[in-house]
Design a protein around this ligand. Structure first.
Ligand code: SF4
Length: 267
């Protein structure tokens, strides 16, 4: 790294939040390359806890560093550095669990792009290398960056890894593209994540029922400040229990978080 680069603030850092546990995030404006108008409007990243100066700076520093490492050494160099982050996400009892053959108290998990999305093929390929390396860590992600074919192919490589689950994020604006992407990729790789805003078009549910088997659509009624739109009910949809309040957010990092307990979205 050049001498003056430190002035720009480089470094990669995870966040640990009360729903998913450990996560890696990037700024939305630069990385949500296929954001829809709907998702921009209702994104939980608009919420106050994601908009503190510290959180915004951390995401900006992550992106600056990701771009720097990709430019200097491609996906391999970025993967080396992301690997150090994944090591930080190991549960405290990871080593003793390995020795004794027991499970860790909290599962070893990492949510990719809790805020932000995959913005380039090279960035995706870096995560492919990392996910392959940490076979005992469960990774998962939701993405709208599947519109361009080269991105879809790279993301499919990532989502096809046994310890990683990818979800194509769907709303009234992009549902036909998402269903097409699912149909054009190997069976069983992708699942669908429906964001239900108050104006969800009826044809979205019809299309999902025609194209996704049971257990392959997670459903997020839009929620803000403890309130959510009335969830539509259909057997093809699995409504996120953290949205409806079945699982409460957990601020104690020593305890499993809702996604780690529920694990529906995890591989
Ligand atoms: S369905 Fe379960 S794993 Fe998925 S986001 Fe909701 S709580 Fe997390």
């Amino acid at each position: 790294m050049k001498k003056d680069d430190s002035d720009l603030g480089y470094g990669l850092a995870l966040t640990n939040n009360s729903k998913v546990g450990w996560a890696f995030s990037l700024p939305r404006t630069e990385t949500c390359i296929n954001a829809t108008k709907i998702c921009r409007a209702v994104c939980y990243g608009n919420g106050i806890r994601y908009q503190s100066k510290g959180q915004r700076e951390k995401r900006a520093r992550n992106l600056r560093t990701v771009e720097f490492l990709l430019a200097e050494g491609g996906p391999e160099l970025l993967a080396e550095n992301l690997s150090m982050l994944v090591e930080q996400a190991r549960p405290r009892d990871w080593l003793t669990a390995r020795v004794t053959g027991r499970r860790t108290v909290i599962p070893f998990t990492l949510r990719l792009n809790d805020i932000g999305d995959f913005f380039s093929v090279e960035y995706v390929l870096a995560w492919v290398l990392v996910v392959r390396k940490f076979v005992d860590c469960a990774f998962w992600f939701y993405s709208r960056s599947f519109v361009e074919l080269d991105m879809l192919m790279a993301l499919t490589e990532l989502a096809a890894l046994p310890n990683c689950q990818g979800w194509l994020s769907v709303d009234s604006e992009n549902f036909s593209q998402a269903i097409l992407a699912k149909c054009n990729t190997p069976v069983g790789v992708w699942k669908l994540a429906l964001m239900q805003d108050k104006d969800l078009l009826p044809e979205v549910l019809v299309s999902l029922k025609e194209s996704a088997p049971l257990g392959e659509v997670v459903h997020f009624p839009v929620h803000r400040g403890g309130h959510h739109v009335e969830p539509i009910r259909d057997k093809v949809l699995t409504t996120c229990p953290a949205v409806t309040g079945v699982y409460k957010l957990q601020s104690n990092a020593a305890l499993a978080r809702p996604c780690q307990i529920c694990s529906f979205c995890l591989p």
